[in-house]
Design a protein around this ligand. Sequence first.
Ligand SMILES: [Zn+2]
Length: 80
Amino acid sequence: MKNEFLKKCPFCGNSPVFEATESDGYGGEAKVYFKISCKHCQISYPEEYKIVVGLTEEGEMKYLIDERDLAVESWNKRYE
Ligand SMILES: [Zn+2]
């Protein structure tokens, strides 16, 4: 996932960023909540998204929930 998939901020034309807002975890799973924001204008897409990762028995990180595509899609749609 790269920020270049995100359309520029409609207000200032700068590139928005993924911004982690909160994290927690239980039972071996870690959750990271995030928004897509423009740091220049201090605005964020109102929706908050999440990523949940766990560890497989093979020692790989596994995405149990990954809403990054959804977040990018929503951000890009908003300003079409
Ligand atoms: Zn902006």
